[in-house]
Design a protein. Structure first.
Lengths: 477, 481
């Protein structure tokens, strides 16, 4: 029998705000435990939640970016359960009325056509802390740095049909969240987390099969892999005539397989009810209109503009707009340099390589877009060679010094002075009569050798084109 | 001089004028606190050096020319308000050495206004209850009749002549019932006027901070000090709506007071007639009176119990011993939770936790919680309609005399006693309890409920009405120096 795969994703995203959702503690990733805490996020008695307006704005922007209907009046509920990482014994979350609902994202399906993925809800909630277990396994400690960090949860309808679609949905979601500066979406730091619900049903059936929930995937690739694994597992179960047990599974990256976390039978009764300590979230139509107005240009639109405005090849435009930081860098560079194709090549190649190897982002890089413009202009002016430019980029990338400064200070400017070069050329001709003989005898290869000798003598600073030109003149003239 | 015999206002006046040193007064007050505490079990902890330091700081400020509205006023603080200098026990043995790292907003404001914290007053476990019978140190005794409870230890600290002002909390009526039993004046301000930051609330919907005093004139002064917008309590956004509200009642003959003709619940005959007499005394001032209908009064109590239990069951989950308070060691996590929470919660706090968990569960939510929310809406509508006919509403405070300190009251009696205090708790209206006489030597108060945010108007009327319904502050050995 043929089976149809049905996938729905629940994505938790940490919002890029200065402070936590209900207290003034910094919302920052910290290595040292419990430094970003206060009596509020530690659940001390008598501390009431204070809603962070900036987080509401980010959540609103996200809901709009995902084409949601916006609830002008929403509120927070308490989801009650015991766990040591939950400091109040309940999580504050929008259970009954989410800020956004009935949204959608368009992605490409496996055949390359456009597919509409419905988003059921976008709601705000607070994150929990983290348990740290001792290596011996005999003690557990709690780190509350993450407790109270603002999150949105983005839940799709069961519209995805393949692991590839799931990955493309996540990539699209991440691109939008990053473009709108809603989240940095770093899966490795946990600022984007994805759980997947998956079930199989006979092709053509319109009822859902029993599903499993997959957790603990720490990359988009892991999401895709775990779904492929789970499809195989469920298909084998169904083919053997058995039923899939509805349960939560944990993806083990090391062994590339899933293990059972808990059965759904022990599902919690979270006893959700409106948090009486928080006022409802009230938005005006004007605020929503303003947020809609301020939605940034997203990746696809920007790529199209790069093609039309800067005559970039579609491939270059796609690479440069893959992240908003890189696209912003590119356009900032063009403010000081007017050859988009060359700028694009350097950013996609040299800069990206250095960003990747140092694990840094284009927006926080010390080699600013204006430095890049400066560097490229010096190449065009013939002041430095492309090879030297790469060395200067290395220095500037590390020190944050301007490329022009480096060139001037280290006297790296290309020698384009005719007199100076002619002197060296004469010297080389005298020192290598054999090569001159060979060249005149028709061995053009010898010319390359002589150019190389001039470059060596000038420590690479000679303008190679000019050397070529002058050498020919000296030999042929 | 006995602080009880003069008002907080008079004390502040004398200290501000340099006629009285705050430190001298507080030295005597501390001594008296100790003596009375031995007899009446009023305090969880009495401030010593901290109080004297505070008093000296007040004296220094006065000497440097600063005037303070509550200069040198001895203040009792209920033990659910955080105060860094003393432990906050929350009425639980697991918290006996819990020193909070922050002060309640109200405590901070009162201290800044010159008040001196004499001690933390006894409370029921987790601050839930109106009799202090669920306190690990036992109940606070009534200064007028030590066989019976005071209801509120803060009110006892006033009636026993120790303090002139008490910072109190109220959800089902503890502040007002205690004031009634002890013969003092208690103000439950409108919801949202006073910040609850640093008050260990168990119900966000119903818990409020208020004040009690020996003299009605002290209530508006204290309210002025403790009220105000505080971003740390979202509900105080209401304070901004307080502008342009009626403030003074110059002519009592323009006033209309609403009352209930038939008092539901089993109210003793003598209490009924005392209430009627009070109404007549007020009417004799030329005040208009109108009978109002409050059909859902009994249901209001039931709805209150469901919602308050639901909220407590959730809010008290944080007391798991993991981050603060004393945990009971156990081999696994679940057992640690069970043992610690069993040791931390008792009495009504435990009852509400269990019932509240059920009211919010899949089985109980529709049956109880949602129904209670509907009744809550009806109660709000009914009280709003009543206030279209009148300016103030006169109600009894409590149905019976205070419980015997030695006995264990049936918990339904405890609940029924909240019949007349929960409506104002549910609607956010301000209420003031005024002493109206006594029965068998134990004071009995009445309750005036005002329109929402018209607290100043309510207090102004209360000050004018007081002389005709009560001859003197109901102190033990009250009556001048």
């Amino acid at each position: 029998m043929e089976y149809e795969v049905v996938i729905g994703l629940e994505v938790h995203v940490e919002l890029l705000t200065e402070s936590k959702l209900f207290c003034a503690c910094p919302n920052r990733f910290a290595a040292e435990p419990n430094v970003n805490t206060c009596p509020g996020c530690l659940g001390f008695p008598g501390i009431l939640p204070q809603l962070n307006g900036a987080a509401v704005k980010k959540a609103l922007t996200a809901a709009l970016a995902f084409n949601c209907e916006i609830a002008l009046f929403s509120y927070f509920d308490r989801k009650n359960y015991f766990y040591p990482d939950l400091s109040k014994g309940y999580q504050i979350s929008q259970f009954h009325v989410p800020i956004g609902s009935k949204g959608h994202l368009d992605i490409e399906d496996d055949q390359g056509s456009i597919k509409n993925v419905r988003i059921g809800r976008v709601h705000m909630e607070e994150d929990a802390g983290k348990l740290v277990h001792s290596p011996a396994g005999d003690t557990s400690l709690v780190d509350y740095n993450r407790a109270g960090v603002p999150l949105i949860e983005v839940v799709t309808e069961p519209d995805l049909r393949t692991p590839g679609e799931a990955r493309r949905y996540l990539e699209k979601l991440k691109s939008i969240l990053q473009y709108a500066r809603i989240s940095d979406c770093k899966m490795e730091e946990g600022s984007l987390r994805c759980d997947a619900n998956i079930s199989l049903r006979p092709a053509g059936s319109d009822t859902l099969g029993s599903k499993t929930e997959l957790k603990n995937m720490n990359s988009f690739k892991a999401v895709e892999k775990s779904l492929e694994h789970e499809i195989k597992r469920q298909r084998a179960i169904l083919k053997s005539g058995q039923e899939v047990v509805s349960q939560t599974l944990r993806w083990e990256e090391s062994s590339q397989e899933t293990i059972v976390m808990r059965g759904k039978l022990q599902a919690h009764d979270y006893r959700c009810f409106v948090d009486p300590e928080l006022a409802p979230v009230q938005l005006t139509a004007e605020e929503v209109a303003e947020a809609r107005e301020n939605l940034p240009e997203m990746a696809e639109a920007r790529a199209a503009r790069f093609v039309s405005d800067y005559s970039l090849p579609a491939y270059d435009a796609a690479v440069l707009t893959a992240s908003r930081n890189l696209a912003d860098y590119f356009e900032a560079c063009l403010a000081g340099y007017d050859n988009p194709k060359a700028a694009g090549n350097w950013i996609m190649g040299e800069l990206t390589a250095r960003l990747n190897s140092t694990g840094s982002e284009a927006d926080s890089c010390r080699f600013t877009p204006l430095f890049m413009a400066e560097l490229l202009k010096m190449i065009d002016e013939g002041l430095i060679s492309g090879k030297l430019a790469k060395e200067i980029l290395d220095q500037s990338f590390a020190s944050g010094k301007s490329p022009r400064q480096i060139v001037e200070k280290e006297n790296l400017t290309q020698i384009s002075d005719h007199g100076e070069l002619e002197k060296v050329i004469r010297q080389m001709i005298e020192e290598h009569p054999d090569s001159v003989e060979n060249y005149r005898g028709g061995k053009t290869k010898a010319l390359g050798f002589l150019v190389g000798q001039v470059m060596k003598e000038t420590k690479g600073k000679a303008n190679p084109q000019l050397v070529n030109e002058l050498l020919l003149k000296a030999l042929d003239g | 001089m006995d602080s009880k015999t003069i008002s907080a206002g008079r004390i502040a006046d004398k200290v501000n004028k340099g006629e009285l040193k705050a430190r001298d007064l507080i030295e005597k007050v501390l001594q008296k606190a100790q003596e009375q505490n031995n007899k009446l079990n009023i305090f969880c902890s009495i401030a010593g050096a901290e109080a004297l330091e505070q008093a000296s700081a007040v004296d220094q400020k006065i000497e440097s020319g600063i005037c303070l509205p509550l200069a040198g006023v001895p203040l009792a603080v209920k033990d659910d308000f955080m105060y860094k200098a003393l432990p906050t026990t929350l009425g639980s043995s697991q918290f006996k050495s819990f020193n909070p790292p922050y002060n309640a907003a109200t405590v901070e404001k009162l201290i800044a206004a010159g008040a001196v914290v004499v001690g933390k007053t006894n409370i029921d476990n987790m601050g839930i209850g109106s009799a202090t019978l669920d306190s690990p140190q036992g109940p606070t005794l009534n200064p007028h009749e030590p066989k019976r409870v005071a209801g509120s230890a803060g009110a006892a600290a006033l009636a026993a002549g120790i303090c002139s002002l008490a910072l109190e909390s109220d959800s089902s009526g503890a502040l007002r019932q205690g004031a009634s039993h002890c013969g003092v004046f208690g103000l439950l301000p409108s919801a949202g006027l006073v910040s609850r930051h640093g008050l260990a609330i168990h119900s966000g919907s119903f818990c409020r901070a208020g004040v009690s005093a020996l003299f009605p004139e002290d209530l508006p002064v204290a309210l002025n000090v403790i009220s105000g917008y505080d971003p740390r309590d979202a509900a105080t956004a209401a304070f901004r709506e307080m502008n342009n509200r009626r403030e003074k009642t110059d002519d009592l003959s323009n006033l209309v007071i609403g009352y209930l003709e038939a008092l539901p619940g089993s109210v003793a005959d003598l209490r009924r007639s005392l209430f009627k007499d009070t109404l007549d005394q007020i009417a004799a001032l030329g005040v208009g009176k109108v009978e109002v209908i409050f059909k859902h009064l009994p249901e209001a109590l039931r709805a209150f119990q469901v919602i308050a239990a639901a909220e407590a069951s959730s809010t008290l989950l944080r007391y798991d011993g993991i981050r603060y308070g004393q945990a009971i060691e156990a081999d696994d996590l679940e057992l640690l939770y069970c043992k610690t929470r069993r040791a931390t919660l008792n009495g009504e706090a435990l009852t509400r936790s269990i019932f509240g968990t059920y009211f919010l569960s899949k089985g109980g939510y529709e049956l109880y919680y949602r129904q209670a929310l509907k009744v809550w809406t009806l109660v709000r509508q009914e009280l709003k309609a009543a206030f279209e006919q009148c300016d103030l509403l006169l109600m009894p405070v409590v149905r019976t005399e205070p419980f015997l300190a030695s006995g264990e009251p049936v918990f339904t009696d405890l609940y029924e006693n909240d019949l007349y205090t929960v409506p104002a708790s549910m609607t956010g209206n301000p209420a003031v309890c005024l002493p109206a006489g006594d029965l068998d030597g134990i004071p009995v108060g009445v309750q005036l409920i005002g329109k929402r945010l018209e607290d100043v108007f309510l207090l102004s009327a209360a000050v004018k009405i007081t002389p005709v319904i009560t001859s003197a502050p109901q102190g033990l050995d009250g009556g001048g120096n």
